[in-house]
Write a protein that binds this ligand. Structure first.
Ligand code: C2O
Ligand code: CU
Length: 478
């Protein structure tokens, strides 16, 4: 609704119909031209629109919907027929929008030939709803499960399976989930951008079974934005776009840039930063989210290109060159760009008195003669790392990367803050749940376990690495 309202308001302002703009209020403002037609094309985001999940509940405080995981033959870019694993027949799965404070109820059915789950990445839900416990949360083929929770924080999130996850996400199981706060300032036209990559052998996603491929982390030759290869947005110059970016790739790091433009990051994994942050590019590691505001400039008929810029996470194929991701076509007219507030949120620092210190080392290992990856010398699932804590505890974890390549650290259940290496000052003024740990790097994070006891996973979000053993468990007891 906000999006529709923003679009309508923009059209009205541009057509000179609105009387509340400062321009229109000036007594001697130039009369609007008779041909000042609405300049925002009604189909400005047609290429990337995600089907939205249908809310089956009449109660405004409840969003109720059905998701079915199933194989489906789909047309890749309207051309090539391929078989993906989908939610409700589409990949990405339906876009889920939940107003802040509302309850989400999802009737889930597994019509895949193997067990699966839905994990709500980044949402602080009860452990039984987290879809990550291999023993208790698996949904067998033909079975159903009801997920139900109230997402506690506004922001950009996503959902994906947590069983055989490298394979299942690779084949197309991932979707966006937005928790909307109606009080948020207007920042621009909103677009949800879900990034993924995939390769095919014939009409099936490439199978990837050997440990060496997993060690490098599979990357696909097709870079997808909302399931499409190189789609376009169509807006007049000067239109502020609020892009809700989600990296749903199995292994690929996306460093995004738009030549000649500033990207203003306003939100991270879980809601607004304290203050907007302008830069030339934004890095998203697998699982990570960011919201950026960008104001495209150029003459009508200019085609701008959002690119995936080189990022050396490892000796990965093709990551040394920029690749086009998304076009922005400038159409005639003058867009609107609301001013971004200098202060977006206030994020109280986690109190660290009495915090327990732990260290978490990301390292290479071996499984028989195969290469493996572990945490603190332990391998999931045969000999998993297990941390034990209690509700109410505060902890500081020192993350250490003992390898020559990056790993995106992800913790389930609890958002954390990133601390400076020495001392207890904050390094980032934002909430995180997924954080890049650079090659040979060291980072400190702090978290507090609120009253949601249970088992929570922690792992590298290069899903291939998680399956090579780089995964552990945090047990929070009542
Ligand atoms: Cu995005 Cu353990 O997951
Ligand atoms: Cu890793």
């Amino acid at each position: 609704m906000l999006r529709v309202f923003a679009a309508v308001a923009l059209v009205l302002v541009q057509a000179g119909i609105s009387g509340c703009g400062s321009e229109a209020a000036k007594p001697d403002a130039a009369p609007s031209k008779p041909d000042a037609a609405p300049s925002l094309p009604g189909d400005w985001d047609h290429d990337i629109q995600l089907p939205e999940a249908r809310d089956e509940s009449a109660d405004p405080a409840v969003v109720e919907l059905s998701l079915v995981a199933k194989p489906e033959r789909v047309l890749l870019d309207g051309e090539r027929e391929v078989e993906l694993w989908t939610y409700n027949g589409v990949s990405p799965g339906p876009l889920i929008r939940v107003p802040l404070g509302a309850r989400l109820r999802v009737h889930f059915k597994n019509e895949l030939p193997e067990p699966t789950t839905i994990h709500w990445h980044g949402l602080e839900v009860p452990a039984a709803m987290d879809g990550a416990d291999p023993e208790h949360s698996a949904v067998a083929p033909g079975e159903t499960f009801e997920y139900e929770f109230v997402p506690p924080h506004a922001g950009t999130y996503w959902y994906h399976p947590h069983m055989n996850s490298a394979e299942q996400v690779w084949r197309g199981l991932y979707g966006a989930l937005i928790v909307e706060d109606p009080e948020e300032p207007e920042l621009g036209l909103e677009a949800v951008i879900v990034m993924h990559d995939i390769s095919f052998e014939g009409d099936r996603p490439t199978e990837n079974h050997d440990s060496l491929h997993a060690f490098f982390g599979r990357q696909g030759e097709h870079l997808l934005v909302n399931g499409r290869v190189l789609p376009s947005l169509r807006v007049p110059a000067g239109t502020a776009l609020r892009l809700r970016l989600i990296n749903a790739a199995v292994s690929r790091y996306y460093r995004l840039g738009l030549a000649g433009h500033t990207l203003t990051r306003v939100a991270g994994d879980s809601g607004f930063l304290e203050a907007p942050e302008a830069s030339d590019d934004v890095l998203l590691v697998p699982g990570e989210r960011a919201e950026v505001v960008v104001v495209p400039q150029g003459e009508p008929d200019t085609r701008l290109t959002v690119e995936a810029l080189p990022y050396e996470r490892f000796a990965c194929e093709g990551c040394e060159k920029a690749e086009p991701l998304l076009h922005i076509d400038i159409v005639p007219g003058q867009g609107e760009a609301p001013e971004i507030p200098a202060r977006l949120a206030s994020i109280p620092a986690i109190g660290l008195t009495g915090a327990r210190e732990r260290s978490l080392v990301f390292m290479e290992s071996q499984r028989g003669t195969d290469v493996a990856l572990g945490l603190n010398g332990q391998l999931y699932p045969e000999d998993p790392l297990e941390f034990h804590a209690k509700v109410g505890d505060t902890e500081i974890w020192t993350l250490e990367n003992d390898t020559d390549y990056d790993h995106p650290f992800h913790l389930h259940g609890f958002r954390f803050q990133v601390l400076s290496l020495e001392g207890s000052g904050r390094l980032l003024d934002e909430w995180k749940d997924t954080l890049n740990l650079p090659a040979r790097g060291r980072l400190r994070v702090a978290m507090r376990f609120d009253d949601r006891p249970g088992m929570w996973m922690l792992h590298c979000h290069i899903l291939d690495h998680a399956e090579l053993g780089m995964m552990g468990m945090l047990h929070v007891s009542p």
